[in-house]
Design a binder for this molecule. Structure first.
Ligand code: PMP
Length: 538
């Protein structure tokens, strides 16, 4: 019942869209859209500067946003720093805390981290000679807590763990991990990008030292996020960015820092974003975070039950619904996630397909990505039914002789007679790829990845006096990237290297001969891009 009323609050959902990509970003309710509009219409002036009335009004609103967010997660006003989002928060921490690291110090992360909670630490570790350790995951897609206790030692200075995995939905015992961290004097950071939007989170209860999240995953605009830090630690910490608003006094020789939280907010902040975040938090508080959590859990349980009876579906995440959020990653037999997500799009269901910014997790699981359906407050049981039905339909189509290209790429009836012939050819190349093998005595070899969907292609070329004597490819990917690689290699075998260097995008589209949607052009062109890199190396 709650969902019906709530859906009406979101203008973008009025046309029947089933939006299940909420882990990537959520839609915005009218209250938030209005708050941003009203900010520009009634309140716009820079903060902490002018003494005129409008500037004061804007400042009061901006500070109120900090206060409301602090209250939302059980923090104090000085402990709330506005950032661009989770990624910036984690970069800020890696930079500022990283200054105190020494060679041999250890940073403990987990195998289920988002790239945003891996890459900044990799960079700092490289710079400082620190060592990264990863808490492994169990077969049930949970953190191995015995291993966690072994990995967190006197050498550990920082522990940074995701609260709710954006791939698995697993909710990690961050309080327990914080205890392990504190026992050895390390700081505990929580990546709460997925948990704060879905659960009541209290930073004092969770006993963490820092916690980061993004407004856009909880109904607020993009470009505004939050870093919570314990006051005592923030006072000691060095700023990340330098410039206006974060200073107290500046001379030509030196500067002193402003008080908290402004010490960490250099430059003109995202003021309209803060007004939107304030409205979003108020909106969620009106619903009640306990209700938000219960609603997500109900949908997740319902969808998992329905999916569990389809034998071709594999859910990548805990089967147990306790300590699990409403994020469901899955694969179906015989269809690449990228093809599956495009098929769901044909039913007006938006899900994400690919690696979900967690490539190391997928490589550990030995998977070529997944599709991910993530529910939020405006999703209903009917949305879950639509998802399950569309998945079942895809399962049936994956089994059919035609393969997936004709279903996934083209609306039947859209094609001319000539395109129909091309379609058959493309399907044939997908199902029976030519030249898909390694060449041992190659002259050049190059591997490319499409970071969006995770398709990989490695091209091998053997040069014989300026002619392509052999050309082949390996890798994995969606139907379009595989067919494109097969067609391209077949076409270029025996041609001049110089001619191959000039082979262009339009020629690849001509080889495919079927309409390629905008979202799939990267897939279609990945083999060509890889080939050009290989040829450059000659
Ligand atoms: N961590 C997790 C767990 C996430 O899900 C995301 C977003 N997918 C991020 C970090 C990065 O968030 P943002 O892109 O808003 O900085």
């Amino acid at each position: 019942m709650m969902t019906k009323d709530i859906k009406g609050d979101f203008p973008i959902l009025k046309n029947g869209l089933i939006f299940l990509d909420n882990s990537a970003t959520t839609q915005k309710p009218t209250k938030v859209i209005k708050a941003v509009k009203e900010y520009y219409e009634q309140d716009n002036a820079n903060v902490h500067r002018g003494i005129y009335k409008l500037a004061q009004k804007s400042t009061v609103l901006y500070e109120k946003a900090h206060e409301v967010v602090a209250n939302f997660i059980g923090a104090e006003f000085e402990e709330i720093i506005f950032t661009k989002g989770t990624t910036e928060g984690l970069n800020l921490l890696a930079y500022s805390l990283g200054k105190n690291l020494n060679a041999g110090d250890e940073i403990v992360l987990s195998e289920m981290e988002h790239h945003s909670n891996i890459v900044p630490w990799q960079q700092i570790a490289k710079e400082k000679g620190a060592v990264l350790k990863f808490i492994p995951i169990t077969k049930e897609y949970r953190l191995d807590m015995e291993k966690a206790a072994e990995l967190i030692t006197e050498k550990t200075k920082i522990v940074s763990i995701v609260h709710m995995s954006n791939v698995l939905g697993t909710i990690n015992p961050v309080k327990e991990i914080a205890e392990l961290a504190h026992e050895v004097g390390a700081v505990m950071i929580v990546d709460a990008a997925q948990s704060v939007p879905h659960l009541p989170v209290n930073v004092k209860e969770s006993n963490c030292d820092f916690l980061v999240f993004s407004g856009h995953k909880m109904c607020a605009p993009t470009g505004i996020g939050v870093l919570y830090g314990r006051k005592e630690l923030l006072k000691e910490m060095q700023p990340f960015l330098y410039g206006g608003d974060m200073i107290k006094e500046v001379t030509f020789e030196q500067s002193t820092w402003n008080e908290l939280p402004w010490k960490f907010e250099a430059g003109t902040p995202n003021l309209a974003g803060a007004a939107g975040l304030l409205a979003a938090v108020e909106y969620l508080q009106e619903i009640g975070m306990n209700n938000v959590e219960a609603h997500g859990k109900k949908l997740m349980k319902y969808a998992l039950e329905k999916l569990s009876v389809i034998p071709e579906v594999t859910v990548i995440g805990p089967a147990e619904v306790e300590n699990r959020g409403p994020i469901i990653s899955l694969n179906i037999e015989g269809m690449h996630p990228h093809d599956l997500s495009e098929m769901l799009d044909r039913e007006n269901i938006a899900v994400r397909g690919g690696f979900h910014c967690a490539m190391p997790l997928f490589s550990k699981l030995g998977l070529d990505g997944s599709i991910r359906a993530s529910f939020y407050i405006y999703n209903s049981k009917e949305d879950a039914d639509r998802l399950v039905n569309a998945v079942m339909k895809a399962v049936e189509q994956a089994k059919k002789e035609e393969g997936v290209i004709n279903r996934a790429e083209i609306t039947p009836g859209d094609l001319t007679e000539e395109q129909e012939l091309y379609k058959e050819n493309v399907i044939d190349h997908y199902k029976h790829p030519r030249n898909k093998k390694e060449i041992e005595d190659y002259t050049a070899k190059y591997r490319e990845v499409n970071p969006i969907c995770g398709d990989t292609v490695t091209m091998y070329v053997k040069n014989n006096n300026g002619t392509i004597e052999e050309i082949s490819f390996t890798g994995s990917g969606c139907a379009i990237s595989q067919a494109s690689a097969s067609l391209l290699t077949e076409n270029l075998k025996g041609k001049d290297i110089e001619e191959a260097k000039k082979f262009n995008q339009q020629e690849v589209f001509a080889l495919l001969g079927i309409p390629i949607s905008h979202t799939r052009t990267k897939c279609a062109l990945l083999p060509l891009k890889t080939l050009h890199h290989a040829l450059e190396e000659m």
